[in-house]
Design a protein around this ligand. Structure first.
Ligand SMILES: NC(=O)c1ccc[n+]([C@@H]2O[C@H](COP(=O)([O-])OP(=O)(O)OC[C@H]3O[C@@H](n4cnc5c(N)ncnc54)[C@H](OP(=O)(O)O)[C@@H]3O)[C@@H](O)[C@H]2O)c1
Length: 325
């Protein structure tokens, strides 16, 4: 199949590129060319997809049966893609859970839950507008994958990588005491292989694309991180649960300082996401232990400087020291 990727050099999009090449597709990756080259076997074309003339020029000579769109961050980008790629047999758009107006805090009960419908440059409304624009252009040739929290190898500067990095330093580690909080993630490799399935099979409709609620808990995730690090000779560590009140009073920022942590009032519903459609359409969900192991293996190979580039997540050391004292 002649597959055009909008993206192809980052986290999800590079994983999709590798998967598509491994299945024997003829793959073209359209990027600006600022995040490096796509994997071997992929043809690179360069354009800023927000610039109509650049896009028109770049796709003119590309054969396109299917598109997987992983770089849609503006309304203009969706409009231009709808126009320039209108003849594609299938269009897979990576949207986000943030397209749901009520999420967070949620819960998300199904794909019919209301989406943002206002004009805005904010992430969620832009993703929702992108879905509407592409849906008008492609109808039942469009699949909108409303991705949940994506984790796995190559999450540079990411959230799971922040936890693994901290745990690999050992010692006493401040963690939220909400260890029984059920959670759900999607492994980047599971999502990537399913997105290629979707393009191959011409799946359509909106799909909340994440793992099943309760596939793990906060404690289960941290346990998997500790066991994985210790299996490769990492230092001993002790998880020290801290109450929400103490964390908030100390100025700990939910999600950013303690990745995946949300105050109980939000967490109770934010992780409650109905994924029956995704399960019916075959989105895989590997165990969190396998995601953690794959991520750690990649981190060890890539090296600290590579996986920590632009790191925005994790507890500042002085804040952790004061929480533990
Ligand atoms: N990460 C998550 O947890 C998460 C959750 C829900 C949804 N999503 C969605 O998943 C998709 C993939 O996210 P990701 O973080 O994994 O992205 P990614 O694959 O790391 O990178 C995005 C790709 O798009 C290209 N790109 C960016 N801006 C572009 C532009 N203006 N014109 C042309 N190409 C452009 C980049 O290459 P260049 O820089 O070289 O242009 C890169 O190849 C996004 O649509 C995101 O909104 C992510």
């Amino acid at each position: 199949m002649d597959l055009l990727l909008l993206g192809g050099t980052g986290f999800l999009s590079r994983t999709v590129a590798e998967e598509a090449v491994s299945r024997g597709h003829r793959v073209t990756a359209l990027t600006r060319g600022v995040s490096g080259a796509p994997p071997n076997g992929v043809t690179a074309v360069h354009a800023d997809r927000n610039a109509a003339d650049e896009m028109a020029r770049a796709v003119r000579s590309v054969k396109v049966a299917a598109v997987i769109d992983m770089s849609g961050e503006t309304v203009a980008a969706a409009r231009i893609a709808a126009r320039e790629l209108a003849s594609a047999d299938s269009y897979v758009y990576v949207s986000s859970m943030n397209a749901y107006r009520n999420w967070p805090p949620g819960p998300v009960r199904g794909e019919d839950d209301p989406l943002w419908d206002e004009e805005s440059d904010a992430y969620g409304p832009v993703k929702a507008a992108g879905e509407r624009i592409l849906s008008r252009a492609f109808g039942d040739r469009l699949l909108s994958a409303r991705a949940g929290v994506i984790v796995g190898p190559r999450e540079i500067g990411g959230r799971l990588t922040a936890w693994l990095h901290r745990i690999s330093a050992g010692g006493r580690i401040a963690v939220p005491d909400a260890l029984d909080q059920p959670m759900a993630f999607v492994d980047v490799r599971d999502l990537a292989s399913w997105l290629v399935d979707a393009a191959e099979r011409g799946m359509s409709g909106p799909v909340t694309a994440t793992g099943p609620y309760g596939m793990t808990t906060y404690g289960g995730l941290l346990r998997a991180c500790r066991e994985t690090v210790s299996a490769t000779g990492g230092p001993a560590s002790e998880l020290v649960p801290i109450t929400e009140k103490t964390l908030l009073e100390a100025g700990v920022q939910p999600w950013r300082h303690l990745p995946f942590w949300l105050p109980e009032e939000v967490a109770r519903t934010a992780w409650q996401i109905e994924t029956a459609t995704a399960r019916r359409l075959g989105l895989p969900s590997r165990p969190i232990e396998a995601t953690v192991a794959g991520t750690w293996e990649w981190m060890r190979r890539a090296g600290t400087a590579a996986y920590q580039a632009g790191q925005a997540h994790g507890l500042p050391p002085e804040l952790e020291r004061s929480l533990l004292s």
